[in-house]
Design a protein. Structure first.
Length: 68
């Protein structure tokens, strides 16, 4: 499997960057429009050990991804 890693250093202070990611809908704002990703369930946030369940669709299959 080929892996690609990339680092982006935002031109903002770390607290503002964290606050942006902590806001509701950050995952949707970061997901490109062509990605077949659906949020099935969400509880909590990144600060308090939240959980999110995603459905990732792709040919020829799809899978459910549970993140904590």
């Amino acid at each position: 499997m080929r892996l690609l890693y990339r680092t982006e250093l935002p031109d903002h202070d770390p607290i503002s960057v964290f606050d942006w990611h902590e806001r509701s809908g950050a995952l949707e704002r970061l997901t490109p429009p062509w990605a077949k990703l659906e949020v099935l369930d969400r509880s909590g946030g990144i600060r308090d050990g939240g959980r999110i369940t995603l459905r990732v669709r792709g040919a020829p299959t799809s899978f459910t991804w549970k993140l904590r």
